[in-house]
Design a protein around this ligand. Sequence first.
Ligand SMILES: C[S@@+](CC[C@H](N)C(=O)[O-])C[C@H]1O[C@@H](n2cnc3c(N)ncnc32)[C@H](O)[C@@H]1O
Length: 398
Amino acid sequence: MSEKKVYVDAQAYRAIDKGAMIVFKKGVIRTEGEIKPGDVVEVYSRAGKFLGKGFVNPNSNIMVRLLTKERDVEVNKELFKERLKRANEYRKRILRYEKAYRMVYGEADYLPGLIVDRFNEIASLQISSVGMERFKLDVAEAIMEAEPEIETVFEKNTGRARRREGLPEIERVLLGKEKYRTIITEGKAKFIVDMRGQKTGFFLDQRENRIALEKYIKGGEKVLDVFTYTGGFAIHAAVAGAEKVVAVDKSPRAIAQAKENAKLNGVEDRMEFIIGSAFSEMERLQKEGEKFDVVILDPPAFVQHEKDLKKGLRAYFNVNYQGLKLVKDGGILVTCSCSQHVDMQLFKDMIIAASAKAGKFLKLLEPYRVQAPDHPILMASKDTEYLKCLFLYVEDMK
Ligand SMILES: C[S@@+](CC[C@H](N)C(=O)[O-])C[C@H]1O[C@@H](n2cnc3c(N)ncnc32)[C@H](O)[C@@H]1O
């Protein structure tokens, strides 16, 4: 039995009981033993009932990330192998994509603090907990053993979540061959994925939504993809037959990659790429009297913390108001939010307000869309649910 123990309040106990794998600092009532960041601790209810074992970080807002609810399970490479096997079984059962998918989505795969995306023979991992960091070589080996075709494990250990945990930023090949780039297939489109890009290299969470766009392109449309990154939605629109696609992103590196992707798909003649701010570019297009059959808005998370909700919602409102102004009467708006703190109801309220100001009626074309199923939403954990994507038919109010 471990001498390091964490006792939680009734609310945290109830959440764990329902399946949550994360214990927030505010739910901890006391600790026992000398607790250092990255230690494995046992978690107990106030009355002393054993609830699980996991990595602790007393300096973080997320104090414990549970790995198991069983007392006898050891935290070692065998556990990671077992978890990866389980995660793989789930994906094999539900996905048609064999080579490009999220292998591990943290808490939802009982591996909180770990994200692994697979792009053919390369796995790109992101660690956001001190405990998981200690085991990262074991994790990398377990990934290669789970999928023998994987030859490279790249660590894309950068970003805000790392800094919050007090972890250094590292971006390099952790295990295997020195390789950074590969080409994946998604629906009718192909994409070059460079692990050194944003996040793990590619936004796999939007895959189903990008593919869903193809059926709304019948041929000859004019499309605007704002926040395009490496061409995501824009390339799908062009490949599906759009006559002209304008794609905007502020990152020169992302746009350079998007241009390569356009060539790879043989659609560069029908695409225009703009490096610039979404806000000013949409304003300019409006001033020039431009209108589009389809407008896609997939901004970065405007709400990173709950305290920024009001400000972030205003940013969503502004982007969507501008986007709506650029949609033709009888056109389509695809609008997304990857802010975990903005739930579907808040997102709907925002778009209704933006459409009223823009003088537009909206009709929902698709069921409410979320993140791809290889980023599973754990029903008992709100933290695992973040992406929203609405396909809307837009009409002028007349
Ligand atoms: C969620 S990603 C978009 C992913 C993309 N739709 C895809 O399918 O791959 C958000 C993108 O917005 C870009 N971005 C962030 N702020 C921006 C701004 N103010 N103007 C233009 N682009 C911005 C980032 O560079 C990033 O590529």
